[in-house]
Design a protein around this ligand. Structure first.
Ligand SMILES: NC(=O)c1ccc[n+]([C@@H]2O[C@H](COP(=O)([O-])OP(=O)(O)OC[C@H]3O[C@@H](n4cnc5c(N)ncnc54)[C@H](O)[C@@H]3O)[C@@H](O)[C@H]2O)c1
Length: 368
């Protein structure tokens, strides 16, 4: 398979973890005889420094031509005082919009060796393995700004969805559930909101097309509770933009390790932007200690969702699992009796596993 991948390393540790993802993808290409070509472009603070804008036109053009885009992270104190249109984060919002990325997918999985770092009891979080599918381009975040205030005394935010916008995200979630454990929780506030009632209608209509998927409707307040009392109850959660924003951040702390969480944002043609959930971590940038796994797992999502290379994606995930199971970890993770390594060695361990598909060889061939 031939694929053109645009790399947007961005700022801070974004550049470091992007190198790791590239190494892992190169190993996958060698193992499976794929041709992945990489093209690197600037975004965020790095783009402001070079081009005076967080999202230069050549970056947008390259992303539009690409089969998939990998993004590191943007931002940092250097640009914190900039005017709003010159903030690095503008680059991120701009590229999501330019690519019309309407579906945000965040898998959250508890890794055995890291469960003690969860703010929840280990027995509660053990076995958690869920995917949040969030609608990204509609809802209350996109109401018309001019409608929001009337003489300063009344304030209005408008939550609007077209039926089509709901249908396409619900379809995406059903498909994801089908490829996982076949369970879908649709989260809404149908006891209050009209938009949620339509959301629920659409899910009910779509159900007939996916008879192999078991569906439940959960009110958002109950979902927020269940996520921390019984997270392993969930397989796939689908919800609208604002509920998804809040629930995905709540769920991201379940596993206690920000450096482990990947994400995918997809458009209708299957082109996706894949990025870690974490930011540019200016406090550790340049020290060689960043955890590369969220970025590497984002590359695995790219193989799964944009290229339909499930076996290759699984191999990367198994490689990450194997490194962790062998006790290796970066400084952001506390692993009792673990073996502390930096970004490069963690990457090397994962690459070695991909090449040998054997944890013990992978450990033996590593250098410290
Ligand atoms: N998607 C993005 O690009 C994105 C997301 C969030 C924040 N940001 C930006 O990043 C900058 C820093 O933000 P922040 O400090 O609030 O969030 P952050 O995610 O960058 O860092 C939070 C903490 O987690 C640690 N951390 C994060 N990722 C890590 C990794 N892979 N390995 C080891 N440790 C890791 C950091 O060292 C820091 O202590 C800001 O400019 C912010 O706007 C960007």
């Amino acid at each position: 398979m031939k694929k053109r991948i645009v790399l947007l390393p961005g700022d801070g540790i974004g550049k470091e973890v992007m190198e790791s993802a590239k190494e892992v993808l190169t190993a996958i290409a060698e193992e499976y005889n794929h041709t992945f070509s990489f093209e690197t472009h600037e975004i965020g603070g790095a783009a402001i420094d070079l081009y005076g804008t967080p999202l230069p036109d050549p970056t947008v053009e390259a992303c539009k031509q690409a089969d998939a885009v990998l993004l590191g992270a943007v931002g940092g104190p250097k640009w914190d005082q900039n005017l709003s249109h010159l903030r690095p984060e503008r680059g991120l919002l701009g590229i999501r919009k330019a690519l019309d990325l309407y579906a945000n997918l965040r898998p959250i999985k508890g890794f055995k060796n890291l469960l003690h770092a969860s703010p929840l009891k280990e027995e509660v979080v053990a076995g958690s393995d869920l995917l949040i599918v969030r609608e990204l381009t509609g809802g209350i975040y996109f109401g018309t700004p001019s409608e929001r205030r009337e003489n300063g005394q009344v304030v209005v935010d408008t939550l609007s969805y077209t039926r089509y916008e709901i249908e396409r995200i619900v379809d995406k979630a059903f498909q994801a559930a089908r490829s996982r454990r076949g369970r879908l929780a649709s989260v809404d506030k149908a006891n209050v909101l009209e938009s949620s009632k339509v959301w629920r209608e659409v899910v009910e209509e779509k159900k007939a097309q996916y008879p192999d998927v078991e569906v439940e409707h959960v009110l958002v307040d109950a979902a927020a509770m269940k996520l921390i009392t019984n997270p392993s109850h969930f397989d796939v959660i689908v919800t609208e933009n604002m509920f998804g924003d809040i629930l995905s951040d709540e769920a991201s702390v379940l596993t206690g390790s920000l450096g482990m969480l990947p994400s995918a944002s997809l458009n209708e043609s299957g082109v996706g932007l894949y990025e870690p959930v974490h930011g540019s971590a200016p406090d550790i940038a340049g020290k060689g200690i960043a955890n590369p796994t969220a970025m590497i797992l984002s590359a695995a999502l790219m193989l799964r969702y944009s290229f339909e290379l499930e076996e290759e994606a699984k191999l990367i995930e198994n490689a990450v699992q194997s490194a962790l199971d062998s006790g290796y970890h970066t400084a952001d993770l506390q692993v009792p009796n673990g073996r502390l390594v930096g970004t490069k060695v963690m990457t090397r361990l994962i690459v070695d596993y991909i090449k040998t598909q054997n944890a013990s060889k992978c450990i033996a061939s590593c250098y410290y």
